[in-house]
Design a protein around this ligand. Structure first.
Ligand code: URA
Length: 211
């Protein structure tokens, strides 16, 4: 399903894997593996519009006029900490990508976010950026991360989350209307603890086994 700047990826393999991630009985080893697999499949879709140029390559039989990716390169930027779980899957598909990191967390009063770390590729202006987090919940961390990444000069940014909800999509659209959003599921919304419902609980804890 694709609406204005929001693509909900409905591939059966992706849907199946996200269902396994949702299961509270899925342990962190399996959750981590599933996260990497889902990130790979999502990256495949998010990279669909990478520009191509035609080249000639000599096969054992003849000269083939065939396509290779050209022009701008890719930067993958996970939001710490849960977004880290998506890096391996994405890098396995785009091995030449550079990887930046943005550390942002919600404040204890849940009223805002604090950014505590940022290290981005020096040539980010020349790259197509894919920002990734496991969940797009209130959108506070995603908006702040993209603010920072734009300040460093990036001008082509996509955002990828395994599960999103309407509140987060709205916040991202209002603050960064140029950013395309890719998710594997658009859930019902947030509960009073700001967890996505039904979601899969605390993404960082599920990946790293910290609870
Ligand atoms: N962050 C999480 O880890 N889980 C949610 O449901 C929402 C935000």
């Amino acid at each position: 399903m694709s609406e204005d700047k929001l693509t909900v990826l409905d591939h059966p393999l992706l849907q199946h894997k996200i269902s396994l991630m949702r299961d509270k009985n899925t342990g962190s080893k399996e959750f981590r593996e599933l996260t990497a697999e889902v990130a790979l499949l999502m990256t495949y879709e998010a990279a669909r519009d990478l520009p191509l140029k035609q080249v000639e390559i000599e096969t054992p039989v003849a000269i083939a006029k065939t396509n290779v990716i050209t022009g701008r390169k890719v930067a993958l930027i996970p939001i710490l900490r849960a977004g880290l779980g998506m890096v391996d899957g994405a890098v396995s598909l785009i091995p030449a990508a550079k990887v930046g990191h943005v550390g942002i967390c919600r404040n204890a009063d849940r009223k805002g976010v604090t950014d505590y770390y940022c290290k981005l590729p020096f040539d980010i202006k020349e790259r197509d950026v894919i920002v990734m987090d496991l969940m797009l919940a209130t959108g506070g961390c995603a908006v702040a991360a993209i603010d920072k990444i734009k300040k460093s000069g990036a001008n082509s940014i996509k955002f990828m989350a395994v599960i999103a909800c309407p509140e987060g999509v709205r916040a991202l659209r209002e603050n960064h209307p140029d950013v395309e959003i890719y998710c594997g599921a658009l859930d019902d919304g947030l509960n009073e603890d700001l967890y996505i419902v039904p979601g899969f609980g605390d993404g960082g804890d599920r990946i790293f086994g910290t609870k």
